[in-house]
Write a protein of this length. Structure first.
Length: 234
């Protein structure tokens, strides 16, 4: 039922964004945020996936880079609801996916073209400065791909390197969504998950390695604290 729900609503939003492609980037992004809100609504009422947010008062007013745990599709949708406009760093290939990719292209992502011959970090930095000037923040997943709940992968330093280069703080985000909406599993589980937003971590005078080590330590400790939410009442 949830898959059918997504199949019905996604083409509508993609078509609307394509129809209004001439609008400035932020209004187009707001349309994408509306799609995320509708999908989260469907997940709640069809699948029973509810959520609570901790640390909203930690979100600063100044441009920042968000570094999040990546164990579910849920957090990709939810981050748009609680932060200023976000530019997601993604592979260019995602833009070719029918409907989703077409709309995603208009939501101002930072895309990496590995066939371009330039360093991926250089591509991100150039587009990152442009997105900041347009009123966007930047979000990256340090582990690079969705990781099954209860596991961890090597944290790449790209997000920390970008923060140091652009001179902006890092906002760490942890959650336990992977237990309810896991990667590669058709079904979903009911429960109340938690997303936790940490204090901003300044990048001034830091090297990328130590900055990312601090981010990783906070995220993984917070994920362990949140635990498995399966069966937790709303």
């Amino acid at each position: 039922m949830f898959l059918l729900f997504q199949t019905l609503v996604t083409p509508f939003y993609a078509a609307a964004m394509l129809l209004f492609f001439w609008l400035p980037r932020v209004p187009l992004y707001r349309m994408a945020v509306s799609w995320c809100r509708v999908v989260l609504f469907g997940a709640r009422w069809i699948c029973g996936i509810r959520y609570r947010i901790e640390g909203l008062d930690n979100v600063p007013k100044t441009p920042s880079i968000v570094l999040s745990k990546h164990s579910s599709t849920w957090e990709t949708l939810a981050l748009t609801q609680f932060f200023p406009p976000l530019a997601y760093v993604a592979k260019k290939e995602l833009l070719s996916i029918p409907f989703f990719g077409w709309g995603f292209r208009l939501a101002s992502p930072i895309t990496i073209d590995r066939s371009a011959g330039t360093d991926a970090m250089q591509q991100i930095a150039v587009q990152g400065r442009e997105r900041f000037s347009q009123g966007f923040w930047i979000v990256l997943y340090p582990e690079g791909t969705r990781i099954p709940p209860g596991r961890r992968s090597k944290y790449k330093t790209g997000g920390a390197r970008l923060a140091v280069e652009l001179g902006v703080p890092v906002i760490p985000v942890a959650h336990n969504a992977g237990y309810l909406w896991p990667k590669g599993v058709f079904g979903k589980r009911a429960g109340t998950l938690t997303m936790s937003i940490g204090n901003p971590i300044p990048s001034d005078g830091r090297d990328a390695q130590s900055l990312m080590a601090e981010v990783e330590s906070w995220i993984e400790a917070e994920v362990a604290r949140l635990g498995n939410p399966v069966g937790v009442a709303a």
